[in-house]
Design a protein around this ligand. Structure first.
Ligand code: C2O
Ligand code: CU
Length: 439
């Protein structure tokens, strides 16, 4: 819970100790001193996990479960997470996907720390400054680690609850090779009893390695309240709209429970996978309506942002995403390139603290690339030459389809060395990875 000195963790004066007060806002590591408001221990271990369907999978887990435990905290809290590696041979870390933590807390093996090997322990400390829906995952051998289950939800609640009595439901979707999905801890249809009139928030998180997930909500009007953990401005009411969510991305969907049933269908409707909500949890699944795609660029109302398309940019970069065949790690295979190169020959973008940076992301390849920038949030300026006309749209994992061009901008306000990579983790592993560095 909150206590005196709390507000200080942003780097302003704190009541804890003179040494923590000296840490500037842009310190490379989280506050080293002070009693944490929340403490978690996550133990990475191999475990056979049984999904709700009865299928068993050989998983890599945090605390023996997939997804790992949900970490829920309040805005402004100092959080301490101790990671123990029981028996994951290649080592593990924890990356806080979408949380712009100080660089040393970012959990990237080989960049901000060494992988935590079996028998070892590592402690992360950071202040939860952003409210919203995030997730965490290992960032050592990321492709294999995330695929096998080393991930979980992370939710930062506002200091004051925004909607009293809200029913808050986390919906993680994840594809298991040959074993369907895991939604929360299940891979089957879930039924829930929710009283009419209850405000409901669905936190949709796509932790999958490569599948763009789709969701259709029927039986009610709803709003997309947030994208990638950032609230939208005056989001309008939607109906018969299909939400497509890129791997690594998040949507917060809100509605008021009506008298009749509401059904969140996930993926292929024939699979009857999703969440069915009604006053007693019973009832027939509705047939799904014809839908139109959700278009974030024209959704909600414009609002003031700290910078915009008319700002003067200190640096401008271009990322050309493409694919080609070639040798990598001794194997002839599909490679995924940034500006024609595969990691570690991809460009390194160098910025100075305080710079306003514009990046043009162009997909010239044949497949989607969910581009994820660590440590910063990107304001989307335009998509395919059309300026964003709706709410300010901040993203940390941007879904760039073949042929598309996005212009994004961010403030270089978090010094360190940061990954910028495709969150199709197979693509990241065979080339599509680069770094952003501060000079
Ligand atoms: Cu969610 Cu670099 O990753
Ligand atoms: Cu990709």
């Amino acid at each position: 819970g909150a206590h005196a000195g709390h507000a200080g963790h942003g780097g302003v004066q704190t009541a804890f100790s003179p040494s923590s007060a000296a840490i500037p806002v842009t310190a490379l590591s989280g506050p080293r001193f002070g009693e944490p408001d929340r403490r978690y221990t996550l133990t990475a271990e191999k475990k056979e996990v049984r999904l709700a369907s009865g299928k068993t999978v050989q998983a890599w887990t945090y605390n023996g479960q997939i997804p790992g435990p949900e970490l829920r905290m309040k805005e402004g809290e100092l959080v301490e997470v101790t990671l123990k590696n029981e028996n994951i041979d290649g080592g593990v870390t924890i990356h806080w996907h979408g949380l712009d933590v100080p660089n040393a807390e970012d959990g990237v093996a080989g960049a901000t720390q060494n992988a935590v090997m079996p028998g070892e322990t590592y402690t992360y400390r950071f202040v939860a400054e952003q409210v919203g829906t995030f997730w965490y995952h290992s960032h050592q051998n990321s492709k294999e680690a995330v695929e096998k289950g080393l991930f979980g939800a992370l939710v930062v609640e506002p200091r004051q609850p925004s909607t009293a009595g809200e029913k808050d439901i986390t919906v993680i979707t994840h594809v298991w090779e040959g074993a369907g999905f895991a939604i929360g801890a299940s891979d089957t249809l879930q039924r829930m009893a929710i009283a009419p009139g209850t405000p409901v928030r669905l936190r949709l998180i796509n932790t999958d390695n490569w599948v763009r997930q789709t969701y259709v909500l029927t039986g009610t009007e709803f709003r997309v309240a947030a994208i990638d953990g950032t609230d939208l401005n005056e989001p309008g009411s939607l109906r018969d709209t299909e939400l497509a969510l890129t791997t690594g991305g998040r949507y917060d969907v809100t509605f008021t429970m009506p008298d009749g049933p509401v059904y969140l269908s996930i993926g292929n409707p024939k699979k009857k996978l999703g969440i069915f909500m009604s006053s007693n949890g019973e009832g027939e699944l509705p047939t799904l309506p014809a839908t139109v795609p959700f278009e974030p660029e024209s959704y909600g109302r414009p609002a003031q942002t700290p910078f915009d398309a008319d700002s003067k940019f200190d640096r401008e970069f271009t990322m050309i995403l493409d694919n080609k065949l070639g040798f990598y790690n001794g194997e002839f295979q599909s490679l995924y390139t940034i500006n024609g190169e595969v990691f570690p020959n991809t460009p390194m973008f160098v910025v100075r603290e305080g710079d306003l940076v514009k990046t043009v992301i162009v997909n010239r390849g044949s497949v989607d690339h969910p581009m994820h920038l660590h440590g910063h949030h990107m304001l989307v300026l335009s998509r395919n030459g059309e300026p964003v006309t709706g709410s300010p749209w901040w993203s940390d994992t941007l879904d760039v389809s073949p042929g598309e061009t996005y212009e994004v901008a961010f403030r270089a306000d978090n010094p360190g060395i940061w990954m910028d990579h495709c969150h199709n983790l197979q693509h990241a592993a065979v080339g599509m990875t680069m770094h952003l560095a501060y000079e």
